[in-house]
Each structure stands twice: as C-alpha cells, then as structure tokens.
Design a protein around this ligand. Structure first.
Ligand code: HEC
Ligand code: HEC
Length: 260
C-alpha cells in the first residue's frame, strides 16, 4: 500500500466507525398511550354502613368516631370528600401508624371493595366526589405546558420526582399513579403539595396534565435512546463520547499498523 492509499483507507475507516456510533443512537421506540380509569358509581347506603364499621376500627383513633378529627392525632374529614378519601386509600397513604409520619405511597391496606366502602362513608359527609378523568380528552402538548408551569418545579419535567425546595420534602416520581389519582392529587394537595382549584386548572387542563404524566412512562424516543429524558446536553455528550472512543481506537489501530 502506498502512503496515500493507507491514509485514505484510514480516513474511510474512521468516518464509517463514527457514523456507525452515531447510528446506534438512532433507534426509534414504539409510542404508548395509557388509558384512563373510570370513576366509581354513586354510593349505596349499605356501602356507607360497611364503611363506617371499617372506619371505626381503622381510622377513628386519629380521625374520631364521627370523622370530626382528634386533636394532635388527625384532621377532621368533614367535607374532604370521596376525592381525598379515594386518593389517600388507593395510594396506601392511609391509615398511618403514627400521626407524625408523613403520608407516603404504600401498597393499599384494603381491597377495592373495602376502599369503596370507606370512600362512601367519608363522602357521606359531603365534599368533592371522585373526579371523572379522561386523559384522551386532554391535549399532550398543553399538558406538558401546564405540567412544566405548575408541577415540574417539584416533580421534574420528566415526572421522575425531586426535592421540594426549602422543606427538604420529597416530591415522588409519578410512575405508579393512575389518571384518576393524578387529578385527585392535584385537587387535594396531599402533604407539602399545593392544591389546584378548577379555576387554576380546568377539567381540560387536568385531563391534559394526566395525559402528559401517563405519557412520561413510555416516552416516544424518535431520535434514539431517551438517556434519562433530561434534554439535549446528555444526548450530545453520549454521541461525542461514543464517537471519541471510536476515533481513538481507530487511530490506534492504524498507528500500530503503520509502525510494522
Ligand atoms: C395514626 C393516625 C391516623 C390513622 C390511623 C388514620 N389517619 Fe388519616 N390522617 C392522619 C393525619 C395526621 C393526616 C394529615 C396528613 C397530612 O398532613 O397530609 C390524615 C389525613 C387523612 C386524609 C386527608 C384529609 C385532607 O384534608 O385531605 C384522609 C382522607 C384520611 N386521613 C383518611 C383516613 C382513613 C379513611 C383512615 C382509616 C383507614 C385513616 N385516615 C387513618 C392520621 C391518621
Ligand atoms: C410544592 C411542590 C409540589 C408541586 C408544585 C406539585 N407537587 Fe405533586 N406532590 C408533592 C409532594 C411533596 C407529594 C407527596 C405527598 C405525600 O406523599 O403525601 C406529591 C404527590 C403527588 C402525587 C401522588 C404520587 C403517588 O405516587 O401517589 C401526584 C399524582 C402528584 N403529586 C401530581 C402533581 C401534579 C399533577 C402537580 C401539578 C399540577 C403537582 N403534583 C405539583 C409536591 C408537589
């Protein structure tokens, strides 16, 4: 091989390896759309009665026998509605063991029937019903916008969770919640989270936010790997690192061959 031919071959090999490395990031993954969960039907008197019996056993020590609250133990549940009760019970936040514990997500302590009964009982004191949520009625781009404005400060844009600034509290990742739980949470405002009234976030806004949050679980990655979905900087870095390593390797191989 003449010097020029070897040089040309080296240049060709280098570019093709670099292209191959970049090509690796060009996988496209399938899109996915999570479905909403239907709201429950109106409560029957027998469900309320069963709920009261469960409430006396599991909740009254902190919330009182008539759900009016107990000082230093738990707040009154009059008027919090089926909405809050369903959120706290379906995400396993209630019952607490200790009234000082922060309410965090746990496997639910009751089965779905028992939850419906407890929700019917708490709901019988008035307050907002379980919201009707239909993410398909929302708009993904609008949901992303609303989420960025109202939620991402704590939960991060990709809904992966984060720290609540100033309190040291943790805003959990939103990868386990259902559409209904998302809207229940934003209307209820559990623990350190603010609540959002229908004037601040309309039903359409809430459906859109739910649609966006559910979409973060299975993001469309048309450009390649998601790389944590935190933006273009890590994406560029990955491309550079792969290309850089490839280039150095190729240069070495060529250099060694040249010495022989
Ligand atoms: C060990 C005490 C304790 C027990 C037992 C308990 N709770 Fe609670 N509950 C609390 C405390 C404290 C809060 C307030 C949490 C907070 O700061 O967000 C609360 C909050 C709630 C809320 C939210 C109220 C609101 O203003 O939105 C609901 C709903 C609720 N509890 C339902 C229940 C139900 C139903 C049970 C029984 C299955 C139960 N709790 C058992 C202590 C308790
Ligand atoms: C000030 C910070 C803050 C903001 C803003 C905020 N959240 Fe939260 N969020 C929290 C915290 C803290 C919790 C955990 C509460 C708990 O464990 O009781 C939480 C819990 C949740 C949960 C329950 C998660 C689970 O796994 O059960 C959902 C859903 C949620 N937030 C959605 C939202 C949405 C949607 C918005 C915007 C409309 C929003 N949050 C805005 C701090 C925030």
């Amino acid at each position: 091989m003449t010097r020029r031919v070897r040089w040309l071959a080296a240049a060709l090999a280098t570019t093709s390896v670099a292209f191959a490395a970049l090509g690796v990031t060009l996988f496209a993954s399938a899109t996915g759309q999570a479905a909403g969960v239907p709201a429950t039907a109106a409560a029957s008197p027998s469900s309320v009665a069963r709920g009261r019996a469960l409430f006396v056993q599991a909740c009254s020590a902190c919330h009182g026998f008539n759900a009016r609250g107990v000082a230093d133990m738990g707040p009154s549940l009059i008027g919090v509605g089926a909405q809050a009760a369903d959120f706290y019970l379906s995400t396993g936040r209630m019952p607490l063991n200790n009234p000082r514990d922060p309410p965090v997500r746990n496997p639910p302590a009751f089965n779905r029937q028992q939850i419906s009964d407890l929700v019917a009982y708490v709901g019988s004191f008035g307050g907002p019903p379980i919201p009707v949520v239909d993410p398909a009625q929302g708009n993904l781009a609008h949901g992303f916008q609303e989420f960025t404005l109202s939620c991402a400060g704590c939960h991060q844009v990709g809904a992966a969770g984060g720290i609540v600034t100033g309190t040291g509290g943790v805003a959990p990742p939103l990868n386990k919640v259902t559409g209904v739980q998302i809207v229940e949470a934003l209307r209820t405002g559990p623990f350190l989270m603010p609540r959002f009234t229908p004037r601040q976030l309309s039903t359409y806004d809430a459906d859109s936010v739910a649609r966006y949050v559910l979409s973060t679980r299975d993001p469309a990655d048309p450009g390649g790997w998601g790389i944590g979905h935190i933006g273009p900087v890590p994406e560029g870095m990955v491309a550079w690192f792969i290309a850089l390593v490839a280039l150095v390797l190729v240069a070495r191989v060529i250099g060694e061959r040249g010495e022989v």
